[in-house]
Design a binder for this molecule. Structure first.
Ligand code: SF4
Length: 356
């Protein structure tokens, strides 16, 4: 049974959302496919970055069938720059499965939708509640922060063990009559008002119910567990040129950044120079003998669990035929053709130097 406080929180939040919500492209539709695409993109990427990607993606692939028919490389190219490419690969695989099994219909029940590649609890709850009004509560970073402050929760928001606590709270607060609107209202409050730093409590509709605010401890919540510093790797890569063409290789589909293209290279070993690592890696990876001609640039790039320092060298082809381990492709491409291929962020940081 709903308590009066829960009813009041639901009403205040929903009223606030109707008045204050941002006008975003995926909010103009109830099409489950488009809502799904937006939620997948929004999982790791900021709203403002997502907007143009979303618009371009649903123009290129307006429904499950068109995404299923597209080749993976084109899909990765539309995703290029947004990172976390497993999202795109999974979305593509899920579209192919739906196209084959349900004529492209997005399932409206938890078991079938949750079983699709890349669909976790968050995506399932978000899409099913927003597109189909199913009573599932979403729990993302914004929701956890709002709940932690509202009820002064001491469980750290960045610890996986805390998820049960926040999920139970989100479920007990959910407005089951309007789950989609309610879920979006909590997330929007977290994004616009109950922000990580300096929340705008003065404009918040929940001040009368927020225990952190009422006890003057807003800054103490949410609690976070200290993370270990992320490791940093030194990588060397070579731009090998032969007859005005450059060698690029495609990463295996089942690894991080799978399906993307890159310049061959790898980790610099202890006691090894970056130049020597570049020559060795190219020999081991693609069976070519090359000579380093010059240092093109040094790039720094951060992924979610590690950082890299990438030294890039211009290399001259000496001898050998490309031979790769496993079913991985390679191409010799002209400078102009580079734009056709999807590259990871660290490679994209120096592509402009090659075109100049
Ligand atoms: Fe967040 Fe402040 Fe609102 Fe509490 S009163 S929910 S801390 S914005």
């Amino acid at each position: 049974m709903k308590t009066p406080a829960i009813s009041a929180i639901q009403r205040k939040l929903t009223d606030w959302y109707v008045e204050n919500r941002r006008d975003l492209p995926w909010r103009k539709t109830r099409d489950p496919y488009r809502i799904w695409v937006s939620e997948v993109m929004l999982q790791q990427t900021q709203v403002q970055t997502v907007i143009p990607y979303f618009n371009n993606f649903v123009t290129a692939y307006p429904d499950v069938a068109s995404l299923a028919r597209a080749d993976l490389q084109s899909v990765l190219k539309s995703w290029e720059g947004m990172g976390y490419y497993a999202r795109a690969r999974n979305l593509h695989r899920a579209a192919r499965r739906l196209h084959a099994e349900t004529h492209g219909r997005v399932p409206s029940n938890w078991a079938d939708f949750r079983a699709l590649p890349g669909v976790g609890d968050y995506i399932a709850a978000a899409v099913l509640s927003i597109a189909f009004d199913k009573p599932y509560a979403v729990v993302d970073g914004n929701v956890k922060r709002v709940l932690a402050r509202l009820s002064v929760v001491d469980a750290p928001v960045n610890q996986s063990g805390s998820m049960t606590v926040f999920r139970k709270m989100a479920e007990s607060l959910l407005d089951r009559a309007h789950p989609g609107t309610f879920n979006q209202a909590v997330m929007e409050l977290g994004a616009l008002v109950c922000t990580p730093r300096s929340p705008s409590c003065k404009t918040c509709p929940l001040t009368a119910y927020c225990r952190a605010f009422l006890s003057g401890r807003v800054d103490a919540y949410p609690k976070k567990e200290k993370r270990k510093p992320v490791p940093q790797y030194h990588i060397a890569a070579g731009v090998v040129e032969k007859n005005r063409r450059l060698l690029i290789t495609r990463r295996s589909p089942d690894v991080m950044l799978g399906g993307l293209w890159e310049f061959p290279g790898g980790k610099v070993r202890r006691g090894e120079t970056a130049e020597a690592a570049c020559v060795r890696e190219i020999r081991e990876e693609v069976n070519l003998a090359v000579a380093v001609e010059s240092h093109l640039t040094r790039v720094r790039h951060a992924y979610s669990h590690f950082k890299i320092i990438l030294d890039v060298f211009r290399c001259r082809y000496l001898s050998g035929r490309v031979r790769r381990r496993g079913p991985v492709a390679h191409r010799w491409v002209s400078y102009r053709q580079l734009d056709r291929y999807p590259f990871p962020g660290a490679n994209r940081k120096f592509l402009h130097l090659l075109k100049e």
